[in-house]
Ligand binder design. Structure first.
Ligand code: ADP
Ligand code: MG
Length: 651
């Protein structure tokens, strides 16, 4: 098909033909027309030119995106049509600049425009929505200026930086001769014949003085890299393509090599290594979405680099809409890097409009759900990889459970903890815990502590050990907040083991020794009333109540939370962040183990040496507070413990 067409092309470019046209002034003059812009365009131009619309550099994105559209259309036409003009010309975008003349030129070899198309496309607003918007917008009401982006300024964005715009264009149709469209953004534009040009469009911007910076190589390079790097046609600056990275997310999985994925990841995440995992998927319904998301290996937020910016860019057909979008995914997924591309989005949607867009919310939901499912699958198919993910990024999942009601239940399936039934450093899911629950156990128990050892040597899990009940160890301060926000999993209530009103099932593996202990506990009961009353007097406002414990077997005492909503670990954090004192948390109960020798001996000591007995009570309370992970006042405590020690060495 090439030959015949090439021949025709040569005819079009025939010097003598062009000369003839130029030498026939009447004809040319009669072909030059001055036209008025449509009223809405005038309004729009006025606003675009005079507004303080801040992101002026997006004009280049707009023009490149139009060029890419035109190239895409040409590609389509050349397949459909029998003959197209200049069929051999490579499909590409060229950028030229002249610092002295203060001009910037964007050239494409796309579909081009004939006279009628120049007039219609660059003189009116095609989109009815934008048209209505601009016709309603009053001349004086400039507040809405930042809505502009939403309504497809597109080509007219050129006038944000140019005092004069010239568009030379020649259609792919064989009968077109080429025309030049010129305007200074005032009320009118001219169209004249412009013979002898190649297929496609060349836009020359005569930059305003304020926009001089755009005739600079570094600036141009940066803007193109930032907004148009994945445009699927080469964008050449000084003859060299500068958009090197392909839009690989638009390809099928089988079309992308591992190397290409990694290269792209490195580019988009500014990473030096490989990603931990990736999710590449596309959907057609309910929305057309192409997504490529990466989970990095490192979590810089936990490494003390401060709060991360979100890392997923939003595209519409390979054209960047928003970099590091805050709206396209929930905030707690900010550790992800990658691209979401939806052709359903309007290209010119503004930041503000993105935030309010129902469409963006829908995309957000579809992708978030898919990602959570992906992570669940990863946990099943590659447990080791998932564990690595969990260690680095589990904090974000917990944040999601706490902050995002919409995905709480799905995110909860991704939670992992150590427990009394796992080895150290091995994680269990809540689902696995539920599977292991013996008959009769209705709740999921957890307890917070600074380490596995601290928990296992502390008072709280004694009752659970005795009953062979599994307890989840929440080792991070944030964990108890996650548990408390979650409330329940698989319809089983999540209960902290430091609750005062725990209702535990009967001990299932009661030994003879346990039975005896139980009896002695029962026998000790009458005396314990006097003891607990006295201890409460000693401790005063520090505790709500002192109670003879039904749970303790080895430790002498522990503090529990009577209201059961705020665990000690949560209280610690809330106190540290200045949220209320002890009073606000309703106070603790001190549970004492009446069969423990220390507690048993306390009544006798009280008779012999009341002062030291009081010190011992206070020390027991402080120790219990420390075991609950709560701060005690060290000065008093140290002085008091010396007093007790003095007595011990026989002062
Ligand atoms: P949109 O791209 O959203 O349609 P624009 O204002 O950016 O709106 O462009 C208006 C129209 O002008 C386009 O739809 C297209 O028909 C035409 N156009 C703009 N630039 C080019 C170009 N480089 N080549 C061919 N047609 C173009
Ligand atoms: Mg456009």
């Amino acid at each position: 098909m090439g030959l015949g067409r090439k021949h025709k092309r040569l005819q079009h470019h025939n010097e003598s033909t062009s000369e003839r046209e130029k030498m026939s002034p009447q004809k040319t003059a009669s072909q030059t027309e001055t036209k008025e812009f449509q009223a809405e365009v005038k309004k729009m131009l006025d606003i675009v030119i005079h507004s303080l619309y801040t992101e002026k550099e997006i004009f280049l994105r707009e023009l490149i995106s139009n060029a890419a559209d035109a190239l895409e259309k040409f590609r389509h036409q050349s397949v459909m049509e029998e003959e197209v003009f200049d069929s051999h010309v490579p499909l590409e975008i060229g950028i030229e600049f002249d610092e002295k003349a203060n001009t910037l030129t964007i050239t494409d070899t796309g579909i081009g425009m004939d006279r009628g198309e120049l007039e219609a496309n660059l003189g009116t607003i095609a989109h009815s929505g934008s048209k209505t918007f601009f016709s309603k917008l009053s001349e004086t009401d400039r507040k809405e200026v930042n809505l502009i982006g939403q309504f497809g300024v597109g080509f007219y964005a050129a006038f944000m930086v140019a005092k004069k715009v010239s568009v030379k264009s020649r259609s792919f149709r064989l009968d077109d001769m080429g025309h030049e469209w010129i305007s200074d953004g005032g009320g009118t534009f001219t169209i004249a014949m412009c013979p002898g040009i190649r297929r496609g469009t060349s836009i020359v911007l005569e930059l305003t003085d304020e926009a001089k910076e755009y005739a600079d190589e570094q600036t141009i390079r940066r803007i193109i890299k930032q907004y148009s790097n994945f445009v699927p046609f080469p964008i050449k600056l000084k003859g060299e393509p500068i958009n090197t990275v392909q839009a690989i997310w638009t390809l099928g999985k089988s079309e992308v090599t591992e190397e290409a994925y990694t290269e792209f990841y490195k580019f988009i995440a500014n990473a030096y290594d490989e990603p931990l995992a990736r999710l590449h998927f596309s959907a057609d319904a309910p929305l057309a979405i192409k997504t490529l998301l990466f989970i990095p290996k490192e979590n810089f937020e936990s490494m003390g680099f401060g709060r991360m910016d979100p890392g997923v860019n939003l595209y519409c057909q390979r054209v960047l809409i928003e970099q590091h979008s805050k709206t396209i995914l929930p905030e707690w997924l900010r550790f992800l890097r990658g691209v979401i591309d939806s052709e359903d989005l309007p290209l010119n949607i503004s930041r503000q409009a993105l935030q309010d867009s129902a469409l963006v919310a829908k995309i957000n939901k579809v992708v978030t759900k898919r990602l959570l499912k992906f992570l669940e699958e990863l946990a099943r198919s590659e447990p080791e990889k998932y564990t690595e993910f969990w260690k680095n990024f589990g904090m974000f999942i917990k944040e999601g459970v706490i902050s995002d009601y919409a995905y709480r239940e799905e995110a909860a399936k991704l939670l992992r903890f150590e427990s009394s039934k796992t080895e150290a450093g091995i994680f269990t899911s809540l689902a696995e815990y539920v599977e292991r629950m013996p008959e009769g156990q209705k709740e999921i128990f957890y307890i917070n502590g600074p380490s596995r050892e601290a928990i296992e040597n502390g008072p709280y899990i004694e009752a659970f050990k005795k009953r062979n009940l599994e307890v989840i160890y929440t080792l991070e301060p944030i964990d108890d907040f996650a548990m408390s926000h979650l409330g329940a999993f698989a319809e089983k209530k999540l209960v902290s083991a430091d609750r005062g009103d725990l209702d535990l099932p009967e001990a299932v593996t009661e030994t003879e020794a346990d039975k005896e202990k139980g009896q002695s506990e029962a026998m000790a009961a009458p005396d314990s009333v006097a003891l607990t009353t006295w201890m409460k007097e000693v401790l005063g406002e520090q505790v709500k109540e002192v109670i003879a414990s039904k749970r303790l077997t080895d430790s002498p005492a522990m503090v529990v939370n009577p209201d059961g909503f705020v665990t000690s670990s949560m209280e610690r954090i809330m106190r540290a962040s200045g949220q209320g004192g002890l009073q606000q948390f309703g106070g603790k109960n001190l549970e004492i183990n009446t069969s423990h020798p220390l507690i048993k001996g306390l009544a006798g000591l009280k008779e012999k040496d009341g002062e030291v007995a009081q010190s011992v009570v206070e020390q027991i309370f402080d120790n219990a507070m420390i075991q609950a992970g709560l701060m005690v006042e060290p000065r008093n405590m140290v002085a008091r413990s010396y007093k007790i020690l003095e007595r011990l060495v026989g002062k």
